[in-house]
Design a protein around this ligand. Sequence first.
Ligand SMILES: Nc1ncnc2c1ncn2[C@@H]1O[C@H](COP(=O)(O)OP(=O)(O)O)[C@@H](O)[C@H]1O
Ligand SMILES: [Mg+2]
Length: 354
Amino acid sequence: MTKLRVGLLFGGRSGEHEVSISSAIAIANALCSGENQNRYDFYPFYIQKDGVWQNTVTSRIVLDSGKPLPVETANPAQLWQFPPEAAQMEVWFPILHGPNGEDGTMQGLLTLMQVPWVGSGVLGSSVGMDKLMMKMAFAYAGLPQVKYMGVRRSQICSDADVLPKLWDDIEGAIGYPCFVKPANLGSSVGIAKVRNRKELEAALNSAASYDRRIIIEEAISGIREVECAVLGNGDPKTSVIGEITYDSDFYDYETKYTEGLAGLKIPAPLPEEVATKIREMSRQALAAVDARGLSRVDFFYVESTGDIFINEINTLPGFTATSMYPRLWDAAGIPFPELVHQLIQFAREQSNFQ
Ligand SMILES: Nc1ncnc2c1ncn2[C@@H]1O[C@H](COP(=O)(O)OP(=O)(O)O)[C@@H](O)[C@H]1O
Ligand SMILES: [Mg+2]
């Protein structure tokens, strides 16, 4: 049996570069284990923090060390040079989190290459990444969300005599406490919870340093954070529901990435009807943004009122051996290597470039 050549794209020009390396190590192991050894020939392609692609030899060194390569001053001409092995790939697995990988840019390049890949196309990736566009798509689909409004960097940088009007508008529409978020980041970077005008001003300035598009949301208290994994194309499967637990004020960067600060409960202890509703809303969320292949959909569940608010969709969720997405499938009876195999099969079934 001839083996399928799978190109694993990882690293990337993103703040989530290190997480991507961890995800890639786990996927590389899965591609080389059990049945997958007979199905796939795997080729790693590491994308440096400056955007330059490395050949498979150097990329394997990065996988073995688990550490990013130090970057020198980028030479823009190198961005046009793909390693020669890239032309041989029969399917791509882009495990790139955040900007320049999860946002439709890489999916656009792969569309032009006309080789199938794991995950969403350009539209699903870009709408899923931008929190404002995502919320508009969810609203159109009738999915329940917290109150929100969008502002642009140019409004935040306007004259001192205009700014108080913006703050008045935010206080009138949303009120305190509220969350201020850059629209296109992940990992809680640039996100602040604010309680008064002074904190609002600082948070808006901080968010504007990350993104031109900013979102302000009503802060919901007493939430439980629950997540559902979705797998497949036209009629995707949903997993059991998982829950994130932590003691901090919210699920911020430190809580996400400091060992021991957050816990996972799988399955989340939820009434069956709540779990069923979350699964159904997760499928609707994929359809709303036109995502496919895989996604993790995150919710806020308010136990005291029974409210379920959709928070966000992640079209290329964390994929390390301990990440929520593969663990939810493991709990649903699909072990990690089998999950990777199924994702590649879904990629081939759905020729994204057509
Ligand atoms: N409207 C909200 N009400 C309560 N908590 C929130 C709200 N928005 C965000 N949070 C908290 O901030 C965390 C990060 O926000 P999120 O929008 O998921 O950003 P990211 O894409 O960086 O994960 C959430 O997991 C939650 O703990
Ligand atoms: Mg989140």
